[in-house]
Design a protein around this ligand. Structure first.
Ligand code: ACO
Length: 325
């Protein structure tokens, strides 16, 4: 029996749009290549100097308003991010102040693109074991701040954004039916940014483009398909749901070929697979809650629908959940 459900969601993206045509003037690339290889047509990019905590607070406030939950009734804030405003304190604490959730505990979670679903897993578990009533799970990312804008292999892929969900107790058989999370650190070298404590940020490092995203695209692609297959399989098994019983699948929005590959592996009709990578690019941890919020707002998810969420990211990390709405 599920004990928790998503009470409401919200999302926010920066207003500035960067199109493939814009990128053509920045690196040796073209719209045809980007659309064919990734499915991305545009992405939202934050203005330099803007704070990710503002975007995260915007998404959180929308979710709270829709859930009719007051900020002071939030017991815990979990933010999945790898691009917090500061090295410390956490983005979660900055958001806590901005939304006035003064009775909450708050912390960040580092799981790259799996940040939201890792957070959902924790929220679901903690509500059941710690007496928390309301947990705010946010995923917010400003990967534009760590993209090497001279590297065409990576700079075309990413966008900025934030998504949020208020999690609370479920009264009926609706809610979170299963969650699953997994990692394999042996492959950390496939996708990383070395600009941590080992490489303190200096002007030299920033100027030499070292403190940016490094990625083995083809290997990441291969692992993405294998890991997301494992994740979806495991979440379905735990929820005792067959793939054909899913009303909607929301895969992490990294690349249309990965998204379609997962749908095909589970023989899920393409109309049941949510796609917005064309408009947002890969927003890392924020990708699932942005898509989820859109699907709830545009009616792609109806009451009673069973929805699969599945993701994959640097770490490597992967995660999934099955939810009845
Ligand atoms: N424009 C034009 N040409 C390009 C571009 C570009 N933007 N980028 C690469 N190319 C070239 C390459 O240089 C290469 O040329 P070459 O054959 O002369 O060497 C050619 O295109 C093919 O490159 P590949 O890397 O083999 O292309 P591939 O089909 O693998 O697509 C891509 C690359 C899109 C990066 C793909 O590998 C991919 O999506 N991988 C997964 C990446 C991903 O999802 N990362 C994030 C997941 S985790 C997270 O979200 C943090």
């Amino acid at each position: 029996n599920p004990h928790c459900r998503i009470l409401a969601t919200g999302h926010a993206v920066p207003s500035r749009v960067l199109t493939n045509a814009d990128l053509e003037s920045m690196v040796d690339t073209n719209d045809t290549w980007i659309v064919e290889r990734t499915g991305i047509r545009q992405r939202h990019i934050a203005e330099p100097g803007s704070a990710l905590s503002d975007l995260a607070a915007d998404a959180a406030n929308q979710a709270l308003a829709k859930a009719k939950v007051k900020a002071e009734d939030i017991d815990l804030i979990i933010v999945g991010t790898v691009t917090a405003d500061m090295k410390f304190p956490s983005l979660a604490c900055l958001v806590q102040e901005k939304i006035g959730a003064n009775n909450a505990a708050a912390f960040d979670l580092s799981a790259a693109c799996s940040g939201f679903l890792y957070g959902l897993h924790l929220a679901d578990s903690l509500i059941q074991t710690s007496g928390y009533q309301h947990v705010l799970v946010i995923a917010a990312e400003m990967l534009s701040s760590m993209v090497n804008w001279q590297d065409r292999n990576t700079c075309v892929l990413f966008g900025d954004g934030a998504g949020a969900a208020v999690i609370g107790a479920a009264q009926d058989d609706k809610g979170i039916l299963s969650t699953y999370m997994k990692s394999d650190g042996r492959h950390h070298g496939l996708l990383y940014n070395p600009g941590g404590s080992q490489l303190p940020l200096s002007h030299e490092l920033v100027d030499s483009n070292e403190a940016t995203i490094h990625m083995e695209g083809r290997e990441v692609f291969r692992h993405a398909v294998v890991s997301m297959t494992d994740a979806l399989h495991e979440a379905l098994k735990r929820a005792q749901i067959a793939p054909e019983a899913l009303d909607l699948l929301i895969p992490h929005q990294a690349n249309i070929r990965i998204i379609e590959g997962i749908g095909k592996r589970f023989k899920i009709d393409s109309e049941k697979v949510y796609v917005n990578v064309d408009r947002f690019g890969n927003t890392s941890a924020a990708s699932i809650p942005i898509a989820l919020n859109e699907a709830l707002e545009n009616g792609r998810i109806q009451p009673g629908d069973v929805v699969g969420l599945v993701t994959f990211g640097a770490g490597l990390t992967w995660s999934s959940s099955i939810i009845r709405f």
